[in-house]
Design a binder for this molecule. Structure first.
Ligand code: IDP
Ligand code: MG
Length: 154
């Protein structure tokens, strides 16, 4: 991994794939200058969903959230770049799309909190755990991009 770079887990949730927005969402992250280092289409089972959303297990919306995230495939991705955890959260917008800023993924393309299109890790620690949950070491690819010298000052 290049200096100062970090990785974060992003899911295009079932609503994103069903609505045909996976490409648009990937484009937004690519356009921001982030680098895709892992990706897979996966139909999450209950145990993966419960592990992924463990922090919310006592919340009233937890059963509905598990049911939703396992209802149809998701696109799981790891993105790498400068401050990627914070940058991706900012690019996604607030959890409740009615409160998300225009210009963000949720602020432009979603309106309901239960159908907010994307997941992204909320800290470098959770990013590390979440990436491990979805990807093996060999599924995360190290490569350089010539264009990076036009995106990140050395
Ligand atoms: P985040 O996805 O922005 O990190 P979290 O608070 O971690 O938001 O919640 C995880 C997911 O659970 C949200 O993306 C949303 O889909 C769902 N969720 C959160 N709060 C509520 C709620 O109050 N009602 C219904 N669903 C919720
Ligand atoms: Mg969260």
């Amino acid at each position: 991994m290049s200096q100062n770079a970090e990785r974060t887990l992003v899911l295009v949730k079932p609503d994103g794939l069903q609505r045909g927005l996976a490409g648009t969402i990937m484009s937004r992250l690519e356009n921001r200058g982030l680098k895709l280092v892992a990706s897979k289409l996966i139909h999450m089972d209950e145990s993966l969903a419960e592990a992924h959303y463990m922090a919310h297990k006592d919340k009233p919306f937890f059963p509905g959230l598990v049911k939703f995230i396992t209802s149809s495939p998701v696109l799981a991705m790891a993105w790498e770049g400068k401050d990627s955890v914070r940058v991706v959260r900012n690019t996604m917008g607030a959890t409740d799309p009615t409160k998300a800023d225009p210009g963000t993924i949720r602020g432009d393309m979603a309106i309901d909190i239960g159908l907010n299109l994307v997941h992204a890790s909320d800290s470098t620690d959770t990013a590390h755990q979440e990436i491990q949950l979805f990807f093996s070491k060999t599924e995360i690819l190290e490569y350089t991009r010539d264009i990076d010298r036009w995106i990140i000052e050395s």
